[in-house]
Design a protein around this ligand. Structure first.
Ligand code: URA
Length: 261
């Protein structure tokens, strides 16, 4: 079998060696969000930086935790999950932003994903389309408990992960370009009770399931596609707090049960 490429014993893209990260890893898309996540930690330090992948580790309320940026979309996200598993992670929480499809989801509300429609590209290389991209129930439970304990408005349900922010989410491309298969996509997904669009969870959930790891996601609604509102960054700080608190809750579950994934 072909060998996986390494650079000085470290993974090719994330530059991580086995043992470089703890089991609990938060996954923002944006490298700039990694220090925003880590500002809630003690002993926070950067362990690696390459391309869109920035990795920090630290401690949140006594639990060792890490954060790695995935970049946008499924290609770089699949690379991040592969290399983090090699480096020691087994529990992933995506912390991101999302475009809500339902009027009652206000800007700044959080969405906790139970599953993701697989409109990504990378997960197709791992499993047939019938294979579900499902969040791990314990991670969902921890995220809901965290949102409730912090008193943050949240919605729980299925999201849709696309590799395309514009036409793949029924936004016009350059010059108003809109291929026929994108027309009516929002209405179709609304009819299926999908709560929102985002771009990485289907990949994370699918890979985590296949590898016996655990994953979930919490997203700040920065857009509403029904009301056509958009406010960058609204709710992101709350999503970060919920994700960090969920790590503490998961660590408690894991200590009590003595079990991993
Ligand atoms: N992220 C997305 O993928 N879509 C949005 O509309 C907002 C954030």
């Amino acid at each position: 079998m072909a060998q996986r490429p390494k650079v000085g014993g470290k993974t090719y893209h994330l530059l991580l060696a086995p043992g470089d990260v703890p089991r609990y890893i938060l996954l923002p898309g944006d490298p700039g969000r990694v220090p925003l996540i880590a500002k809630h930690w003690t002993e926070a330090r950067e362990v690696a930086r390459n391309r869109e992948f920035v990795t920090w580790v630290g401690s949140y309320k006594g639990t060792a935790v890490g954060a790695t940026s995935t970049g946008i979309g499924s290609g770089s996200t699949a690379i991040a999950v592969e290399e983090l598993l090699y480096a020691g992670a087994d529990t992933f929480i995506r912390v991101g932003t999302t475009g809500a499809l339902r009027r009652e989801i206000r800007l700044g509300d959080l969405i906790i994903g139970t599953a993701a429609v697989r409109f990504d590209g990378a997960s197709r290389w791992y499993a047939p389309p019938e294979y579900p991209a499902v969040a791990h129930w314990l991670v969902v439970k921890a995220l809901v408990e965290a949102a409730e304990s912090l008193g943050v408005r949240h919605h729980v349900g299925v999201v849709a992960s696309t590799d395309s922010f514009y036409v793949g989410q029924e936004r016009p491309g350059h010059g108003g370009f809109m291929p026929p298969w994108s027309k009516g996509l929002i209405e179709t997904l609304r009819g299926l009770r999908v709560l929102s669009f985002e771009m990485e969870s289907a990949t994370i959930f699918t890979l985590a399931s296949i590898y016996g790891a655990r994953a979930g996601g919490v997203y700040a609604a920065i857009a509403n596609r029904e009301t056509d509102e958009f406010t960058p960054e609204v709710g992101v700080e709350e999503a970060v707090k919920v994700a960090n608190e969920a790590v503490k809750i998961l660590a408690e579950y894991d200590r009590k049960s003595g079990a991993g994934p």
